[in-house]
Design a protein around this ligand. Structure first.
Ligand code: AMP
Ligand code: MN
Ligand code: MN
Length: 346
């Protein structure tokens, strides 16, 4: 058996103890939350609530419609008291960069008495080491080898010895399903299947969760996809695949910016493609980019050059500028990386 057990169990235990000792907790995750961010937040939040803690479930952006089914979504708020009540522990899930929490990040960090970070992203500047966000009491449990923040939450709840209810299991199962791309991504391993099995044993319904996440799109979304698919391009003998969405396409289709989940997968799946790019311009001059790769290309490193981040095979960033400008800079950088790797191979 090759189950991945948590590394650095000392830090994990410190996080568990800190959460256990806190009576008031404010949970948050990254902006534009996905299934892992929300599933982790709600799963941990419900466990804390069941244990009688005072919990606030805070996200800056509203949950997308496709994630409203997650148990506990009714507790989500997008405003929190200023200043925070005394002795509030801030728990940050599925992100470790303050700007990804949103506009309130700085003051939440300053006002929290303790910070616990539970994440699996490669970190740019460790939160607690960054002079801007340095906090005297910060426990940072960042485990980039693990497929989902939801897995870390499961370790935490198990560490606390608390029951895994059906609602908690559903949230954590949705988190794992989302971040493993339905058990297709390179991060999928035996632990992912074991944990998912464990969560199903605790009441998560795989068919129901998969239907809510992937068989629940609006007609507008499919119309948008139709328009976007017409923009497919490949470069560098098919190794780079590109897709683009313009403000006009959003207007024509009536779709929203939340409706583009996994559009990038429509170019990543082309046989020759190593790097897939989806450039989304919802409002003119505001661009967000999704990057994916299949094997050797580190898209997290590339995204960092644009102020974003992510994982080796899945990353993203947002930038102001025109889609054409950003596309040009990106292609140049990717071409240069390919050249480097080809020289290294020679
Ligand atoms: P997406 O393409 O939006 O599905 O994101 C893919 C991965 O990159 C996810 O793990 C995100 O958390 C991460 N990511 C996306 N955008 C950013 C960003 N602006 N900064 C840091 N990480 C990001
Ligand atoms: Mn996420
Ligand atoms: Mn995640």
């Amino acid at each position: 058996m090759t189950e991945i057990l948590p590394k650095d169990t000392k830090t994990l235990k410190a996080a568990v103890d800190a959460i256990n000792a806190s009576d008031r907790l404010l949970l948050t995750c990254h902006v534009k939350p996905d299934g892992d961010a929300l599933g982790s937040l709600l799963g941990l939040g419900l466990a804390l609530k069941d244990a009688g803690k005072d919990v606030t479930f805070f996200i800056e952006d509203p949950a997308p419609d496709t994630l409203q089914f997650l148990p506990g979504a009714q507790y989500l708020v997008n405003e929190v008291a200023n200043p925070l009540p005394e002795k509030t522990t801030l728990v940050v899930l599925d992100c470790n960069e303050p700007h990804r929490i949103g506009k309130q990040a700085q003051r939440l960090i300053e006002q929290a008495s303790l910070i616990v970070i539970l994440d699996h992203h490669l970190s740019q500047i460790p939160f607690c080491a960054d002079p801007k966000t340095k906090h005297p009491h910060c426990i940072s449990y960042i485990f980039p080898d693990i497929f989902a923040a939801g897995a870390i939450v499961l370790w935490v709840i198990k560490g606390l010895g608390w029951p895994i209810t059906e609602d908690i299991a559903t949230n954590l199962y949705a988190a794992i399903l989302s971040d493993t791309g339905c058990f297709r991504h390179s991060n999928t391993n035996e632990t992912a299947f074991r944990m998912a099995g464990d969560l199903v044993a605790h009441g998560a319904n795989p068919y129901a969760v998969a239907n809510k996440l992937y068989q629940n799109y609006s007609l507008c979304r499919q119309h948008l996809l139709g328009l976007v698919l017409r923009t497919i391009e490949v470069k560098r003998q098919g190794k780079i695949g590109l897709l683009q969405a313009t403000p006009e396409m959003f207007r024509i289709s009536g779709a929203t910016e939340h409706d583009t989940d996994d559009f990038v997968g429509c170019v990543r799946c082309i046989d020759t493609v190593e790097v897939a790019i989806f450039i989304k311009e919802v409002y003119a001059g505001q661009v967000s980019v999704s990057l994916r790769s299949k094997s050797f290309f580190n898209v997290a490193k590339l995204a960092k050059e644009f102020g974003g981040g992510g994982h080796f095979h899945a990353a993203g960033f947002r930038k102001t500028g025109t889609a054409a400008e950003i596309r040009e800079i990106l292609l140049n950088k990717i071409n240069a990386c390919f050249k480097d790797s080809e020289t290294a191979d020679a």
